[in-house]
Ligand binder design. Structure first.
Ligand code: NDP
Length: 325
């Protein structure tokens, strides 16, 4: 059994040498416990943001979908898949208590959907999009919605939910290929490439009537520009600020909040822990109805976790970045 330790404090963009792969002994099972083997592990931006406050030498934090391979707990029979915050490790002995916390469920029968979706659209990122967008932005039919980080795990779902709700959707992301996916396959109305295009000029052109809802995954300059184009009483859901995670923290432009009487609210998805399965069920229903599409960028091999994590922070992923153990 193997585990990656958070070995050196991240400075700027994390490096592979910031992690250390070590062997770990698997303890014998006690009554009520099970042994789970990692099947799909998640690499997420929050790991970069939270690591600042963590001591080095501890196992890297993270969620995974794991298969129960031994069990002394009838609620978790051999062969079932669980989702747990087990960290970056291949094998975990658990009693189910943490598995029953967020974001936690034994994957029900989702038909032909793969268990890896438990760390993506049918897990934490899916519910981040579902609750973070619908509850905070309260989108209405015909409104204009802008999503930053649009081609990522959360953003790609937010834009599609906005389409389901009858909105005009503009996605902002970092490559033409991502833009093509958003518009041609996911049904976004427009795409802005923040690396090559003038966001302000593009918004004036693509959203001449202004922006009603903004779902923000990135912060920084992109957000400054979107803020300046918000309509009066616009709503902003502050989900993340990845543009600041590897360097200077993101700032926000304050004047438009006053001038346009904006409602700006941040959130952490665990706020809806008690409604967790409502989100997962609605998302899986939309997938089955063909209204919601997903993509995963899968890296093979547990030993490639640091690489997958760094690639994701650099924008190498389209949709959810996942590691297949
Ligand atoms: P993504 O799948 O979107 O992956 C990260 C993406 O961020 C990259 O693909 C890259 O795409 C983009 N990116 C990297 N650097 C920058 C930059 N400097 N400026 C703009 N974009 C950048 O990750 P998630 O969907 O998992 O997470 C998206 C955001 O949501 C993050 O900020 C995360 O912290 C937040 N989050 C918040 C939660 C909450 O409860 N509040 C829960 C889950 C996620 P590109 O090619 O477009 O640059």
């Amino acid at each position: 059994s193997k585990v990656f330790l958070y070995n050196k404090k991240f400075e700027g963009l994390p490096k592979e040498s910031d992690f250390k792969l070590v062997e770990e002994n698997v303890p014998a099972l006690k009554d009520g416990e099970f042994l789970a083997e990692a099947a799909y592990l998640s690499v997420d931006p929050y790991m970069r943001a939270y690591a600042v406050g963590l001591p080095t030498g501890i196992p890297m934090i993270g969620g995974q979908v794991a298969k129960v391979i031994e069990s002394k707990n009838s609620k978790f029979p051999v062969g079932s898949y669980v989702h747990g915050q087990f960290g970056w490790r291949t094998h975990t002995v658990d009693n189910g208590a943490t598995v029953n916390m967020m974001p936690t469920y034994v994957l029900p029968d989702f038909g032909s959907l793969p268990p890896s979706l438990g760390v993506g659209i049918l897990g934490m990122p899916g519910n981040t999009a579902y609750f973070g967008f619908l509850e905070l932005c309260q989108p209405k039919d015909g409104e204009t919605v802008v999503v930053s980080g649009a081609a990522g795990a959360v953003g790609s779902i937010v834009g599609q939910i906005a389409k389901i709700k009858g909105c005009k959707v503009i996605g902002i992301a970092g490559s033409e290929e991502k833009g093509k996916w958003l518009v041609d396959e996911l049904g976004f109305d427009h795409f802005i490439n923040y690396k090559t295009q003038d966001i302000e000029a593009m918004l004036k052109k693509l959203a001449p009537k202004g922006v009603d809802c903004y779902f923000d995954n990135v912060g920084g300059e992109t957000t400054d520009k979107v803020m300046l184009n918000m309509n009066t009483f616009g709503r902003i859901s502050m989900c993340g600020a990845i543009s600041g995670y590897n360097g200077a923290p993101a700032k926000i432009v304050q004047f438009p909040i006053v001038q346009k009487q904006l409602k700006v609210e941040g959130f952490i998805v665990t706020r809806w822990a008690d409604r967790w399965m409502e989100g997962i069920e609605q998302l899986s229903k939309w997938i089955k109805e063909g209204k919601l599409k997903y993509r995963e960028t899968v890296t093979d091999g547990f030993e490639n976790m640091p690489k997958a994590f760094i690639d994701m922070l650099k924008g190498g992923n389209t949709g959810k970045a996942v590691v297949k153990a």
